[in-house]
Ligand binder design. Structure first.
Ligand code: ATP
Ligand code: ATP
Length: 551
């Protein structure tokens, strides 16, 4: 259905092709996963299918890409629109209408479908993606995950034979991601839809893939094959595969279920390795004893009886939260639960309808920005929103000025976080992970005691995630308090001391990471599920227990 014949793409001004030697075929009615580290060209390959590359991006495409026989170089994206539905990485930039219902209908209108068919499909899709209660909503007022659902819904309604999806679950909560993938699988199985999908969080998608196309490194030829075979050689792999490799399981399990069946021996070994009587891993993240027990550490942030109304929606209801120095808190919960709203309230971007938010003596929404940056910093869900200059150097100079920091402070942080970024680069041309690092450096320039991150691992590969974890751990050890809103259960397991679960604007659980995630089917990381009832959270904990001498 989709055929790449010796394809290379060279962007204008680039010395080398971004991708080369791409040669594979996606048969009709298969779901093929495109995997690989950040920046290897996954989006470029997807763009060559939908026609965005080279028609909209510029550059030169050599070789041939065909979709159902149509050459994407000689067909513009609109000449492929009846055939190919595309969801890009940044849904907001693709929305054409204002409300949810109009957006779901738009693609069908442009194809001239009959009104009764359109009506029926809109209703079906609203139900399928849990959007019915949002149907009249202006898209601009939706949460990040709600927007991503609308973007997916709007490509499903015209029933295209081919779906091209670039990280379609990056903003979705774990349950919503499963639902969307189940819907896609049904389309593939029942209607013979062909799906080509790029995704970093392989733990979410690998079990749905018929085949994997791996781009192992920049410019390297793709590796194509059954998921288990490709995962055995891939530089990117989910925790279940990491555990399988550590334990030497062959064939590698790809699902929690398969791994559980293999895990008997490993569990026996670990039974003895776990600290006696507690059944808990030794290096489970915890604030240091002194901090935990120093009678009452002065909180860096205190939220009391906070309610926030946005439009007609009560986004937060009677929230109490205390954040102490040195602790890392993961805010989790369904799409639309109020996580971003709570972070925004902590930096004064939204005002309480009732209740209070305090940062020491200060009230964020009444504090001048120049003072606020020294108390709290937010890295927003879309780091681009924080960046306004034309070059990395100018961005850093502005950050130094705003923070009253010595010139060069921000630039030094950038270099520490991502060596190799040059001064003259436009922030727009940085990869997703690089932009996040720049935004983090900008925020850290003022060394705020409270650091807030909204979905920080969106679009990051496993290596970038590990670097982020190391940076955040070091900050926490220096006494910074960190609050991150995240759907990434693996990240929470790695880094959070505490998890706060929100539902419909209320706190429904607040406790140690181990206590909260172990008891939750949605929020438990893979290792926890595989090794239950033992309480392991991460592969690194298991590795440390198996090889204490290496740690
Ligand atoms: N329109 C463009 N013009 C110039 N260079 C581009 C363009 N789009 C992408 N690139 C460059 O091509 C390379 C591959 O980018 P691409 O977005 O395809 O990778 P990716 O594998 O999808 O990365 P990620 O996982 O971070 O989304 C990057 O170095 C990027 O900077
Ligand atoms: N300007 C607005 N007008 C009306 N409703 C809004 C507005 N902004 C947010 N909301 C609603 O408030 C609720 C909380 O949104 P918020 O962005 O805090 O959720 P979230 O937990 O961060 O979600 P996600 O996981 O999808 O990012 C959602 O139902 C959202 O639709």
């Amino acid at each position: 259905m989709i055929r790449f014949e010796d394809v290379s793409v060279t962007y204008d001004g680039a010395a080398e092709p971004t991708v080369r030697g791409i040669d594979f075929e996606v048969p009709e009615g298969e779901l093929v996963l495109l995997a690989g580290p950040s920046g290897v060209g996954k989006s470029t390959v997807l763009g060559a299918v939908s026609g965005l590359v080279p028609h909209f991006t510029g550059g030169t495409l050599r070789g041939r890409v065909t979709v159902a026989g149509r050459d994407t170089r000689t067909h513009e994206p609109r000449e492929l629109a009846d055939l190919v539905g595309t969801v890009g990485q940044d849904p907001l930039s693709h929305f054409v209408t204002d409300t949810v219902e109009d957006e779901l209908a738009y693609g069908m209108e442009s194809l001239g479908l009959a009104p009764d068919v359109m009506r029926r499909r809109v209703e079906e899709t609203l139900d399928l993606l849990g959007l019915a209660h949002l149907r009249d909503r202006p898209i601009a007022t939706l949460s990040g995950g709600q927007q991503q659902r609308v973007a997916i819904g709007s490509v499903l309604t015209p029933h295209p034979s081919v779906l091209v999806l670039d990280e379609p679950t990056s903003a979705l909560d774990p349950a919503a991601a499963e639902e969307v993938l189940a819907v896609l699988q049904r389309l593939v199985h029942d209607l013979g839809t062909t799906v080509l999908m790029a995704e970093h969080r392989l733990e979410r998608v690998i079990q749905y893939a018929d085949q994997v196309v791996l781009l192992p490194g920049p410019g390297a030829a793709p590796v194509l094959g059954p998921p288990a075979e490709v995962m055995a050689v891939s530089p990117v792999y989910p925790p279940v595969v990491a555990l399988g490799r550590l334990a030497g399981w062959s064939p590698l399990p790809l699902t929690v279920r398969d791994a559980r069946r293999r895990a008997g021996d490993l569990k026996q070994v670990l039974e003895n390795a776990a600290p006696k009587g507690r059944g808990e891993p030794r290096d489970q993240p915890q604030p240091t004893r002194s901090r935990q027990h120093s009678a009452h550490p002065t909180p860096v942030g205190e939220v009391r009886a906070l309610s926030v109304t946005r439009g007609r929606v009560q986004a937060l209801h009677h929230i109490d939260l205390t954040i102490t120095p040195g602790e890392t808190v993961a805010l989790m919960g369904r799409n639309g639960a109020g996580k971003s709203t709570l972070l925004n309230a902590l930096v004064g971007l939204v005002k309480p309808s009732s209740g209070t938010v305090r940062l020491g003596e200060a009230t964020p929404h009444r504090t001048a920005p120049k003072d606020l940056v020294r108390m709290v910093g937010l890295v927003p869900q879309e780091p681009r929103d924080l960046l306004c200059a034309d070059t990395v150097a100018a961005e850093c100079a502005a950050a130094d000025r705003d923070a009253g920091a010595a010139p060069g402070t921000c630039r030094a942080l950038v270099t520490e976080l991502l060596p190799g970024v040059t001064d003259g680069t436009h922030p727009r041309d940085l990869s997703e992970g690089q932009r996040l690092a720049l935004a983090l450096a900008v925020v850290l320039t003022a060394r705020p005691p409270l650091l807030l991150l909204d979905e920080p691992t969106r679009g990051l590969d496993y290596a970038a995630k590990a670097r982020l974890v190391a940076v955040l751990r070091a900050l926490a050890a220096e006494g910074h308090a960190i609050v991150l809103a995240t759907h990434d259960v693996e990240l929470a397991a790695e880094i959070a001391h505490r998890v706060v679960l929100l539902a419909e604007g209320e706190v429904i659980a607040d406790g140690s990471t181990a206590d909260i995630v172990v008891s939750s089917p949605s929020f438990a990381p893979q290792v926890t599920k595989i090794l239950a009832p033992q309480h392991w959270l991460t592969v690194s904990q298991v590795r440390a227990a198996l090889h204490p001498e290496a740690g």
